[in-house]
Design a protein around this ligand. Sequence first.
Ligand code: ZN
Ligand code: ZN
Length: 543
Amino acid sequence: VPGLPYDGLPALEARRRIVEDLKAAGLIVKAEPYTHEVGHCDRCDAVIEPLISEQWWLRMEVMRDKALQASAAGKVRWHPARYERTYLDWLHGLRDWNVGRQLWLGHRVPVYHCENGHQVVAVVRPRECTECGSAALTQDPDVLDTWFSSALWPFATLGWPEETEDLKAFYPNDMNSTAREIINLWVSRMIMTGLEFMGEVPFVDVAIHCQVQAADGRRMSKSLGTGVDPRDLIERYGTDAVRAWAASVAMSSQDVRFDESRVEGYRRFCNKLWNATRLVLRSPGAGPAEAPGALEVHEHLEDRWVMSRLSNACAAVTAGIEDFKFQDSMAAAYDFAWNEFCDWYLEAVKERLRAGDAAAQDVAYFCLDNVFRLLHPFMPFVTEELWSRTPGHHEFVMRSSWPAFQFVDTVAEAAFGHVMRIVEEIRGHRQAAGAQRPGGKLALDASTDRTVAALSARLALVELVDDLTEGTPLGAAPGRVSFPQGAGDTKRQAELRRLTSDLEKTDAKLANPDFRTKAPFDIVRKLEERAAELRAAIDRLSS
Ligand SMILES: [Zn+2]
Ligand SMILES: [Zn+2]
């Protein structure tokens, strides 16, 4: 402290002199080593000494209040919404910001000193001192905090303070996507400086993505060796699979552990789309009209059903994108394309497509056309490629309009839903019986709609008959299903013997009190579950 003894001395030197002075005054009782915590520089290991210095500060109240007003007026939307709390809490507790740094590189503090000790603050370098008129000005050597410079990013990169074309075109922008740890350091400050210098928030939506951790939950890092190189993933699974996976996890509300099998799952999805498209393309005949979906009357239940489900998928994918819940969009598109379109619809119309049925082609191409457009933001390459191979597409899918297709048929949805339950039940019985497919007979009471009955039989690969006296009663609809004896039955008996012997062994283990007391709880529980599963499987087989 100026004016006091030891002023201006480094700490070690001051310490030495203080001890000397204390000794001289006869005040030292004893000296001994003493262990305590001392901060060290992480680079050169020198002891860190606090040093009082003058610094530049930015007064924050006015900027903060503008940001709070913008939020209150709904001008900034956070996704997921809970991050708005993080941001507002920080703003409310905001104090003045020490923006000066004593570094070599950075934006220099806009402060000029004249030879008479006056200070001028100005964005553009002044010609002379505003107080004494001296032209001998030097700029302050301090630079601004990196985050201050970063806070100017949304407009400084566009040529500000000049009124450039870029600035006019791109400010304000739509969306800022970032990680949660820089909400306060960066996002909040971009909003405050944007309001201060441009009079408008720099972006309307802030999307905070989750963090992907290594499979074991550790942080992904190059030095820890826990990272994953996206280029390797792309090499293995393709760009679209990696991108679709990223879209399906990015906006999760919790951090996610990396699971490579999910990326692989999206590669299978790409293949599924290829195969489905190929199947439809193989259908003989003239192909659909210039614009698929031109047919307005849908005679077949499966056509009405899939159109209704497609309409539902369009709405769900759109809502997911608008709400920044891309995982919902991916799930809706995936479910429709894989489960409903490929697994159910294409199965239902396989014969019609093979026969060149124009209505089936029209609906199938219409579904593909919409699926490509819905999936394009998430899987741009495979959708563009397949789009170019399907008839009626001369432009790029990228330039096509977003699907806004509406077709709701609740009657068809209910009827086809009934078909699905019946078919799934028959498949279960066939598997339990170890019977071949196709094969078997199905009888459904007159109370079941004949269209539903015929479609169920076709999809379950059984013959629809008027009456069955033997066979297994169905739960999904009044009726019975039966499978031929023979090869299937022998297989069933063998399976039954295998399961029974497995169950006996498991039960014996569980009955052993020694095992029960000594084995870890988890192991015992798993064995109990296994026994229950075996019992259920045996029940199914013996019915
Ligand atoms: Zn150092
Ligand atoms: Zn001056």
